[in-house]
Design a protein around this ligand. Structure first.
Ligand code: AMP
Ligand code: GLY
Length: 420
């Protein structure tokens, strides 16, 4: 089968490597892919947001199955466009991708269907938001309504900071139109867990749980990033917690989307916080997480293409979804300075027989050069979390590029929790 994967980061590289294991796959195109992905798929210079370009390419190449991985094309209707020309797809239609595309939508959905989440208010008027902040509990969390490259969340620890955050979103429009509406919500505390799930709107199958490390520096210091590393499974996510999440969050969310006439098919990502009052939803994503995918898919013991086809066909209940009873660790290697200013264009040398997922690199005259903040992720699996972490850091030593930066403590919090 001819497969097309839309996107060009580490997550897409992990999806492509897993799809390549499937006997049914004969050819994979990546739109646009990147210099590292080029080792595993044919990269086509069509941007992930170019919906017309994606549709025309699929038609011209007679693509048999498409995977739309990033949030933007999903929210913009890439799946709708592809299905219109008869290309089966993994991913939600735009009317369901709104679960990530609009925080106001997702918060209102959770309230309407009693799905546990932080208390919140929505504002479209700056003065009203500022007035509310006079008496709101502090710390508080301010969220821009729409997609904001994962940066639309500000945790304010003082009233002034909160007001400044609201002004920057609603007046200065630092996140563009995403700031027309803001959600101001209760600050929750507790361990965070990412749970990606396959769902066809009828069945929901959670994948192995994981833990992201969002801050740039060791010890969870520094700025928020797209994710500096991940481990799976997440030790805080016990069987009892998983059962509670299934009953109170996963099934109710799938049902709620059906009742709203917005059946969700694809990967629904639950960003959870395990609070003293039970698990609560911090955010939904309408797609695989990055870099969660880089630890979840290497543990998948099965044919990803078949599972994706079942998801698209509405026959997920017949799919074989099993995860290895092992652990995984992904260490992201970034350009020093990320998530702010950094230099790039440095040559990368790395082993070719490892699970190295390239995110920001380009090919020039046959050389792989750094071309982004997050350059690549190194994943290893092991019989224990400790083994996986050790192996990942060993492999990191064999990857070389100038200006490389990575955290040294990926998985340490999880190890401590395991031993607690
Ligand atoms: P997001 O961009 O939605 O992934 O949010 C970024 C991070 O902000 C999350 O991973 C949490 O650590 C934090 N966060 C979001 N909402 C809340 C909340 N209500 N209480 C505490 N932390 C939050
Ligand atoms: N790792 C968080 C995300 O993909 O949004």
């Amino acid at each position: 089968m001819k497969i097309m994967v839309v996107g060009g980061g580490g997550r897409e590289h992990a999806i492509i490597k897993k799809l390549k294991e499937s006997e049914k796959v004969s050819k994979i195109y990546a739109l646009p892919g990147n210099g590292g992905i080029a080792a595993d798929a044919e990269c086509v210079n069509i941007g992930a947001k170019d919906i017309d370009g994606i549709r025309d390419f699929a038609k011209q190449e007679k693509i048999d199955f498409a995977v739309v991985a990033p949030d933007d094309p999903l929210v913009l209707g890439a799946v709708d466009a592809l299905e219109e020309i008869g290309v089966p797809c993994f991913g939600p239609r735009a009317n369901a991708a709104i679960i990530e595309g609009s925080k106001v939508f997702s918060k209102n959905l959770m309230k309407k269907y009693n799905i546990p989440t932080a208390e919140y208010e929505v504002f479209s008027d700056l003065d009203e938001a500022l007035k509310y902040l006079e008496t709101a509990p502090i710390p508080t969390v301010i969220k821009a309504d729409g997609l904001a490259l994962g940066k639309g969340v500000i945790i304010a620890t003082t009233r002034d900071e909160a007001k400044e955050a609201v002004r920057s979103m609603m007046e200065d429009k630092i996140f563009g139109e995403s700031g027309n509406n803001v959600v101001i919500e209760e600050f929750l505390t507790g361990p965070e867990v990412s749970v990606l799930s396959f769902t066809d709107g009828e069945t929901v199958i959670p994948m192995v749980s994981s833990m992201d490390h969002k801050r740039a520096k060791d010890g969870d210091e520094g700025l928020n990033t797209g994710g500096m590393g991940t481990i799976a499974p997440n030790p805080y996510y016990t069987k009892a917690v998983a059962d509670e999440c299934m009953e109170k969050i996963f099934i109710p969310t799938i049902d709620a989307m059906n009742k709203e006439g917005r059946t969700f098919k694809g990967c629904l990502y639950f960003g959870l916080m395990l609070t003293e009052k039970g698990p609560k939803v911090i955010e939904y994503n309408c797609r695989f997480g990055d870099p969660e995918t880089q630890v979840v898919l290497p543990l998948l013991d099965g044919d990803l293409l078949e599972i994706m086809q079942h998801t698209a066909n509405g026959t997920l209940k017949d799919a074989k979804v099993k995860f290895k009873d092992m652990a995984a660790c992904c260490v992201v290697m970034a350009s020093n300075g990320y998530p702010q200013k950094y230099d790039s264009g440095f040559e990368i040398t790395m082993p070719t027989d490892k699970n190295i997922y390239v995110a920001g690199a380009k090919l020039e005259d046959g050389k792989l050069l750094t071309a982004g903040g997050r350059v690549l992720g190194v994943t290893e699996i092991g019989n224990s979390l400790k083994d996986a972490i050790g192996a990942a850091y060993e492999t990191v030593k064999t990857v070389k590029f100038s200006n490389a930066y990575y955290r040294h403590d990926i998985g340490q919090k999880a190890l401590a929790a395991e031993n607690a």
